[in-house]
Design a protein around this ligand. Structure first.
Ligand code: 13P
Length: 260
């Protein structure tokens, strides 16, 4: 059994009272999960990282942010640097989520810079890739995902993916109650591993990296479909939106991962 990664993306939701309650419930409900089998993370709005550090230290739940600045420091009003995120002992940083790409015109170049900042600070990037419905209907989904990965490989080389997570999030499946089918999820997650592994020179290197590349699925994952999606060979976990706002649903998903 390979380790699964269940990461919540809380998006722009919650309050101090909400997170205090969520953390209390999750600590209780996830107590029996072995961190060697399932890595659990919550990606929060920046202001609540301090709460996570206070409340979740020494538990099996890790935390992090949903974005990061591409620059290290300086005159960048409103930005938050990787160094700052690390100060709150964050583990995960989501990068390139499609909701940011559309609303804030994030480019592949920016995403590549952000990825590097996260790695430089010893945290784990959760890089989101995925196609629109029009692109899938045109049979272009692999081409689109490949080109999202290529910018990163061109800039930083394939080894940058070591100890990182790639989240396959088809844009049409986010917030839609229309999760990818098991075939679609398995197919793309396997493709991502093959593509990145195939970019490595030596056979041993390919094997090692393929083992080290973690590809998770996101988009309308819930407590009902999680078990099936998480049992797919090349799906190493899930990125959860709406269901991460509900302690019971999120912990049911984590327990499904534990059973795989
Ligand atoms: P939903 O699980 O709400 O579809 O959101 C998925 C997502 O965007 C996670 O990053």
């Amino acid at each position: 059994m390979s380790k699964k990664f269940i990461i919540g993306n809380l998006k722009m939701n919650g309050s101090i009272a909400f997170y205090n309650e969520l953390f209390t419930n999750l600590k209780e409900q996830l107590r029996s999960i072995d961190p060697n089998n399932v890595d659990i993370g919550l990606c929060l709005p920046y202001p609540y990282l301090f709460l996570a550090k206070n409340s979740l230290s020494n538990t099996n739940i890790k935390w992090g942010s949903q974005n990061v600045a591409k620059d290290k420091r300086g005159a960048f009003t409103g930005e938050v640097s990787a160094e700052m995120i690390l100060e709150f002992e964050s583990k995960y940083v989501i990068i390139g989520h499609s909701e940011r790409n559309t609303a804030y015109c994030e480019s592949d170049q920016n995403i590549a810079e952000k990825f590097l900042r996260v790695k430089e600070n010893g945290m784990c990037p959760v890089l989101c890739v995925g196609e629109t419905l029009i692109e899938r209907e045109a049979g272009m989904e692999k081409k689109v995902v490949r080109s999202q990965l290529e910018t990163l490989i061109e800039k930083h080389g394939t080894n940058i993916f070591e100890n990182s997570i790639i989240a396959y999030e088809p844009i049409w499946a986010i917030g839609s109650d229309m999760a990818a089918s098991p075939d679609q999820a398995q197919n793309m997650c396997a493709f991502i591993k093959e593509f990145i592994g195939g970019n490595l020179g030596s056979k041993t290197g390919q094997k090692t990296l393929k083992k080290l590349i973690k590809v998770i699925y996101g988009g309308s994952v819930n407590d009902k479909n999680a078990l099936q999606l998480l049992s797919l060979e090349d799906v190493d976990g899930a990125l959860i939106g709406r269901c991460s706002l509900d302690a019971k649903k999120f912990s049911d998903i984590c327990h499904s991962a534990h059973r795989n």
